[in-house]
Design a protein around this ligand. Structure first.
Ligand SMILES: *Cc1c(COP(=O)(O)O)cnc(C)c1O
Length: 381
């Protein structure tokens, strides 16, 4: 049996050994509550604040602008609902976002629509982008938040975040971006990129599940969603996930090392894979460059995405059709539909998201197996 191939890094990533090592002491030795005044508590507090400083440094932010959360979903919910509640006080009830955001963002917006808010979902170009001009034209005097994701989880397409941020700054509207997928691969500097709120999640970049960050620019005050104790300067109640914060900080630091070289190496393999598939009759590539280096989203109309996955799984290959969050629902991906794909094209989709662990030999087996599967499973050739 050949080795297991993991081509689903956009769903989650393995915890980096150095991250695990950094976290371990905070489970059974340094287990104090950061709120406790005795030494064990103070040590936990010191570790938490050190993690906060490290994250801030990686993002070009101030430590007090970093809040730890339970992950990407909480960060997205907090940014959009928290800013919506703050907007209401100023009589501003409009939110501007895109049709291809992560469900955590989209479902938050849909909920707000039931609460009297107005939401604009900008359509994507066929290649998967929104433009700063589109954003500018859709902002009005009621807009309390613009939210456009940095890189898409299904296609990997990278939005012009800095330019969109500049438009928002000009108009005086806060700008949030979901950087969960981007953070592992792209440099982020919240100041240079005009970002006011930024969501991160550790498990998409070599850290543990269940911990994330919401960066919030000084001076902005999204309402809290979790009330209780005065943790995180009263912004988010709940005993802090010390080990998780330490792990997130370590993972983020590691992604900053040799980032450009790692991107080039992974992109070279992705591009080779793309070449292998694009030769197949009927194959469509979903989303265009600029893309994250490990993402490859393909459609094979006439093939069921789910059958393709099961076939690959039986061969020891883990991949995805669309996002893990919507798979199993039987519904075509809202992202691919937003790019103008038909239902049939969207249902026949395969998302490969590769990481540094994939060898060239793995690439060759992945391509061979997937090509074989497509030929076998196509029902209307
Ligand atoms: C995975 C993901 C999320 C959700 O993060 P969790 O930590 O799993 O809650 C949000 N946005 C994007 C773009 C993601 O890929």
């Amino acid at each position: 049996m050949s080795s297991f191939i993991y081509a689903d890094h956009a769903a989650t990533t393995p915890v980096h050994p150095a991250v695990l090592k950094a976290m371990l002491p905070y489970f059974s030795q340094q287990y104090g509550n950061p709120f406790s005044l005795y030494r064990l508590g103070r040590q936990a507090k010191a570790a938490l604040e050190q993690a906060r400083e490290s994250v801030a440094r990686c993002l070009g932010a101030l430590p007090e602008e970093i809040c730890f959360t339970s992950g990407g979903s909480e960060g997205d919910n907090w940014a959009v609902k928290g800013m919506a509640l703050a907007g209401k006080e100023a009589g501003k009830l409009h939110i501007l976002t895109t049709a291809f955001e992560h469900p955590a963002l989209l479902e938050s917006c849909k909920f707000l629509e039931t609460q009297g808010y107005r939401v604009t979902y900008l359509p994507a170009s066929p290649k998967g982008f929104v433009s700063p001009e589109q954003v500018e034209a859709a902002i009005d005097e009621d807009t309390c938040l613009v939210s456009v994701m940095y890189a898409n989880n299904e296609t990997g397409t990278i939005q012009p975040v800095q330019e969109i941020g500049a438009v928002c700054r000009n108009k005086g509207v806060p700008f949030h971006t979901d950087g969960v997928q981007a953070a592992g691969w792209l440099p982020i500097n919240v100041q240079a990129q005009n970002i006011d709120l930024l969501t991160l999640s550790a498990h998409k970049l070599g850290g543990p599940k269940g911990v994330g960050v919401l960066y919030c620019k000084k001076g902005l005050s999204p309402h809290s969603l979790i009330q209780g104790g005065k943790q995180e300067k009263g912004r988010r109640a709940g005993t802090e996930n010390v080990a998780g914060a330490v792990g997130l900080a370590k993972a983020l630091e590691l992604t900053r090392q040799n980032q450009a070289r790692r991107c080039r190496e992974v992109a070279a393999k992705r591009d080779w894979l793309e070449g292998q598939f694009s030769a197949l009759p009927g194959c469509l590539i979903n989303g265009a460059d600029p893309r994250l280096p490990g993402h490859l989203n393909l459609s094979f109309p006439g093939v069921e995405g789910e059958s393709l996955l099961l076939y690959l799984d039986a061969q020891g290959i883990a991949a995805s059709s669309g996002s893990a969050c919507s798979s199993g629902s039987g519904k075509p991906s809202h992202v691919l539909l937003a790019l103008g794909r038909s239902e049939k094209e969207a249902k026949g989709s395969l998302r490969l998201s590769i990481g540094e662990d994939l060898s060239w030999e793995d690439c060759r087996r992945l391509a061979e197996t997937a090509k074989e599967a497509v030929k076998l499973l196509r029902y209307d050739v």
